[in-house]
Write a protein that binds this ligand. Structure first.
Ligand SMILES: *[C@@H]1O[C@H](CO)[C@@H](O)[C@H](O)[C@H]1NC(C)=O
Ligand SMILES: *[C@@H]1O[C@H](CO)[C@@H](O)[C@H](O)[C@H]1NC(C)=O
Ligand SMILES: *[C@@H]1O[C@H](CO)[C@@H](O)[C@H](O)[C@H]1NC(C)=O
Ligand SMILES: *[C@@H]1O[C@H](CO)[C@@H](O)[C@H](O)[C@H]1NC(C)=O
Ligand SMILES: *[C@@H]1O[C@H](CO)[C@@H](O)[C@H](O)[C@H]1NC(C)=O
Ligand SMILES: *[C@@H]1O[C@H](CO)[C@@H](O)[C@H](O)[C@H]1NC(C)=O
Length: 877
């Protein structure tokens, strides 16, 4: 999704380029933060000496060096660039106050740093997500008086030092302008921070002790007397906290706390718990605060109980605990740092502490934690996750390789594995959260995970089914244990069908429940279909479309989006038909005998028929009208568009271009009154992946279809910053023009998907990187179907470990041209045999196989062009 108003986008461009340039210089470590920075140096510099890889290097490359988590941290990408494990619940980063951009905490602009927090989402729209329990570090307080320090998030922000943000998998660091440097790393449910202080910037002068003796006084030059004060705030990024309690234990320095919060794009509330431990410096004083009031007279509060006598009152926003530390003694100066280990949980503070103690244990000598070891473990976890894919990158620029690997990396940030942390129900099934949103992720991310990490995808499907069991419906969007807003159809149906057709059948997915869940989406309208299921189902079933003037007596939800919801409902139904057919053929998956499954034949017929419903809003006479350069009404050559329709069957007019970059782009978000969601009728008129032969016919045949799709991309109507535009890059395949798909793939990568901090054209959603990764690998999934559309890989060779673990799926360009002048497939072989289809099935990823391409500078007139070479359409003419 791209649920955001893009404020201040333009003016920030220059700043962005400057930041990008600086980050590319990969700052060398400074003396003060040797440890983390040394790791940074080791893992980043090897890629520097040569800009191009010259030798075939399949399998010998440490991919960590090609992952730049800062890509997409500005320009609406909303990427989380901090420290995380794959699917990790703990996600540590510096949070900024960059309005409209800080959905994931950090932004590569010049906004202030307001804290360091431990849980985030990545790439989302909506409000800023999570960001609970931020730490903030002051080098000291004015006049050495703790009451004079800034506690509230809106007061305490400090500028960063330009270009000091450093990120690699499992590691993030940044220097603040108040002499504080922060480094962080993460395990599955805990974050570890190291705060150091630029003592070269401190003034050391002599003063008098109370007894008249000499005393060394540190002060942070131009700042404050040196005596670090660390705040632990119960607030979250969106300032949605209610209630809350905190306690700081002055003897050990432990802080525990919890509060309730709102989800960032949904309804309901959730609770979160924290447990922080401190190490490295001597505790001088402790206390609590709320808003601007701090006290050292109490070390706890609980806002659920009334404490009329307390100085600390119940407030919204900032409130929490603080600890102040003594400055270093002469012998400690060299390695004075404050380490903070933060465990988080959605169950209890005890579990938050246990998570931290288990995952980041005390070192053997009893004190402190292994920061470097935690970073290295995280890097290993990422290496292992990405190991099934190898590429021969000979001739491919470091930037291109970085785009590829970083995209894969981002696709594994969310959904997050909250198994064991489910606060809503008790179950033995896996629990994943931050399906945010399936509307975005079903198209490329989940199909990617099915290839790259089938066990994780299997757990995610099982988690979806457990949500169905306990919440009554599959989610279309879900975050922080809450129901998120449904943007279109019930696309979890496609995720489940995709898992089914790709044989994700051995990992404990309960297919009886899966089938029940998707049928429930299709048949049973929930009372509030704005957060689950589908709406307007009576009319949809009776008329085969969603009338513009429908009266929905069964449930309530946003009645807009009649076009975009229809095409998604129809495709969702089609995917249910595929499941019905597949289950009928594999009765053992339902632990039934064949005879008892006759109802599946009827279901197949019903859902297959509904899969053709997209046609019912097709107005064959609708022209494409727009305002030309002289403000005159102009018209393109293309006729026939999806249009809204009344109950009585008459069509209405809806601008074919509204909600595209060329007309009224920002009028179709969740609260829209229009008939398409985050895209135009131009875009949605291409969405019939189940029935492409009919669509090509409706548009006037192959030539006009290809011309029209080309015009869509060329005219600026296409917006690549949103996921519905992925498939239209490849739909030329259905007109027998796979070369045009390759042409546009090369236009968009690296044009809009690249390795700069602004290198993602819209909210990442953990999906944009999946898209670009598929582009690089040379195939793109038609989600829900056993179909991948072929284009030449951007590498000489891509090698993917097959599911059976015995062989690899190999995609190879025999006459690879790293300049990409030769970007059109001339012919291909599969396992040595000529292969003329412009698509493949999942079979190669199950059992391996070798697909070889010969490429040339012109579109081939023969390869992949004949009717029998086209990807399947599932309906007759
Ligand atoms: C950083 O701190 C210095 C010294 O206090 C100050 O002059 C400068 O304006 C600060 N920079 C930013 C960006 O706030
Ligand atoms: C998810 O977390 C659970 C509990 O920690 C663990 O058993 C499981 O292996 C994890 N799944 C993945 C794919 O990492
Ligand atoms: C997929 O699984 C089904 C049974 O679940 C089996 O019949 C079929 O052969 C499998 N296909 C492949 C390509 O492994
Ligand atoms: C449907 O209703 C609209 C608006 O009332 C009207 O203009 C149109 O003529 C009607 N169409 C039919 C087929 O009755
Ligand atoms: C990288 O992508 C961004 C947006 O997606 C685009 O604005 C920028 O021009 C691209 N940069 C390069 C060097 O292609
Ligand atoms: C594939 O195309 C290339 C270049 O046109 C040609 O040299 C080669 O013989 C072709 N191979 C097959 C198997 O058709």
């Amino acid at each position: 999704m791209s649920f955001l108003r893009l404020l201040g986008r333009r003016h920030s461009r220059l700043a962005i380029l400057a930041v990008a340039a600086v980050s590319l210089l990969l700052l060398l470590p400074t003396a003060r933060h040797e440890l983390g920075s040394a790791l940074w140096f080791v893992f980043f510099s090897p890629s520097l000496p040569s800009l191009y890889s010259s030798s075939a290097s399949l399998g010998n490359v440490d991919v960590i060096q090609y992952i730049n988590p800062l890509i997409g941290t500005v320009n609406g990408g909303h990427v989380f660039p901090g420290a995380s494990l794959p699917y990790g619940m703990a996600k540590a980063v510096a949070d900024t106050d960059s309005r409209a951009e800080n959905a994931a905490g950090f932004v590569s602009d010049d906004s202030k740093i307001i804290g360091f927090s431990h849980m985030h989402d990545s790439g989302t729209g909506g409000s800023p997500s999570l960001g609970n329990f931020p730490l903030f570090v002051h080098p000291g307080c004015p006049d050495d008086d703790y009451e004079k320090c800034a506690y509230m998030s809106i007061q305490r922000g400090v500028a960063r030092r330009d270009g000091t943000a450093r990120a690699s998998p499992g590691y993030f660091a940044i220097d603040l302008n108040n002499s504080v440097s922060a480094e962080m790393t993460a395990s599955q449910h805990a974050a570890l921070y190291r705060f150091t202080f630029d003592l070269t910037n401190l003034v050391d002068h002599e003063g008098q002790n109370d007894d008249g003796g000499k005393k060394r006084i540190w002060s942070a030059k131009e700042y404050v007397p040196f005596s670090p004060l660390v705040v632990l705030d119960l607030a979250d990024l969106a300032n949605s906290r209610s209630m809350g309690n905190v306690e700081v234990f002055p003897d050990t320095g432990r802080v525990t706390g919890s509060a309730a919060y709102a989800p960032s794009f949904g309804s309901g509330r959730y609770e979160a718990y924290v447990c922080a431990d401190f190490d490295g410096a001597v505790i001088r004083n402790t206390g609590v605060f709320a808003a601007t009031t701090a006290t050292d007279e109490q070390n706890s509060f609980d806002f659920t109980k009334t404490e009329k006598t307390s100085k600390i009152h119940r407030t919204h926003g900032s409130a929490g605990a603080w600890l102040q530390f003594a400055p270093p003694s002469a012998s400690e100066e060299k390695d004075y740092s404050i380490d903070v280990r933060v465990g988080v949980s959605f169950i209890s503070t005890d579990q938050a502490c246990a998570n931290a103690e288990r995952e980041i244990p005390d070192t053997s000598h009893g004190k402190g934690w292994d920061f470097d070891g935690t970073v290295l473990a995280a890097q290993d976890a990422w290496r292992e996750k990405l190991a099934p894919i190898q590429v021969d990158a000979a001739g491919v620029s470091v930037d291109m390789q970085t785009t590829f690997w970083s995209g894969l990396y981002r696709a594994l940030l969310s959904p997050q594995n909250y198994t064991g942390e489910n606060q809503k129900w008790t179950s033995d099934e896996p629990y994943y959260d931050s399906f945010y949103c399936i509307w975005d992720s079903f198209r490329a991310q989940h199909p990617l995970l099915t290839i790259l990490d089938p066990p994780a995808q299997t757990e995610m499907v099982r988690a979806l089914l457990d949500i169905y069991r306990h919440d009554g419906k599959l989610p279309d969007c879900r975050m922080s244990f809450c129901k998120g807003y449904t943007q279109g159809g019930s696309n979890a149906d496609v995720v489940i069908a995709d898992a089914f057709v790709k044989n994700l059948t051995g990992g404990g997915i309960d297919w009886a429940t899966a089938y029940e869940a998707v049928v429930s989406d299709a048949e049973i309208e929930p009372r509030v279909w704005g957060v689950e299921g589908r709406g307007n189902l009576d009319s949809y079933h009776a008329l085969g479309y969603i009338p513009w003037d429908d009266q929905d007596s069964k449930g309530s939800g946003p009645m807009s989006r009649s076009i975009s919801r229809l095409v998604e409902y129809a495709y969702d139904d089609f995917s249910i038909a595929l499941m019905a057919k597949g289950l009928r053929e594999n009765p053992s998956l339902l632990s039934s005998s064949e005879g008892t499954l006759a109802y599946l034949d009827d279901d197949y017929a019903k859902y297959h028929a509904r899969g053709a419903n997209w046609k019912n809003l097709w107005n064959p006479d609708q022209h494409d009208l727009y305002r030309g350069l002289q403000n005159e009404v102009a018209e393109s050559d293309f006729v026939g568009f999806l249009q809204p329709r009344l109950l009585n069957g008459s069509f209405m007019y809806h601008s074919t271009r509204r909600c595209s970059p060329v007309f009224d782009m920002h009028s179709c978000y969740y609260d829209t009154r229009f008939d398409t969601y985050e895209g135009s009728p131009w875009l949605y008129s291409f969405y019939a992946p189940q029935d492409m032969r009919a669509l090509v016919q409706l548009m006037g045949g192959r030539d006009i279809f290809a011309k029209r799709l080309h015009y869509f991309h060329e005219s600026g109507i296409a917006y690549m910053g949103n996921e519905q535009t992925f498939l239209p890059v490849y739909q030329f395949h259905y007109a027998g023009r796979p070369g045009l798909s390759s042409y546009w793939a090369h236009e968009y990568v690296p044009g809009l998907f690249n390795a700069s901090v602004n290198g993602i054209p819209g909210n990442d959603d953990c999906a944009m990187g999946a898209f670009s990764a598929f582009v690089y690998m040379g195939f793109f999934p038609v989600a829900g179907q056993n179909v991948y559309l072929l284009t030449p890989p951007f590498f000489r060779e891509v090698r993917i470990r097959a599911r059976d673990n015995k062989a690899d799926a190999v995609l190879r360009v025999v006459n690879f041209d790293p300049t990409y002048r030769n970007k059109y497939i001339q012919n291909a072989t599969l396992n040595g045999e000529p292969y003329t289809r412009n698509w493949i099935t999942h079979d190669i990823f199950l059992h391996g196989g070798v697909l070889e391409f010969t490429v040339g500078p012109e579109e081939s007139k023969t390869w992949g062009t004949r009717e029998e070479d086209l990807p399947p359409s599932y309906y007759g003419e």
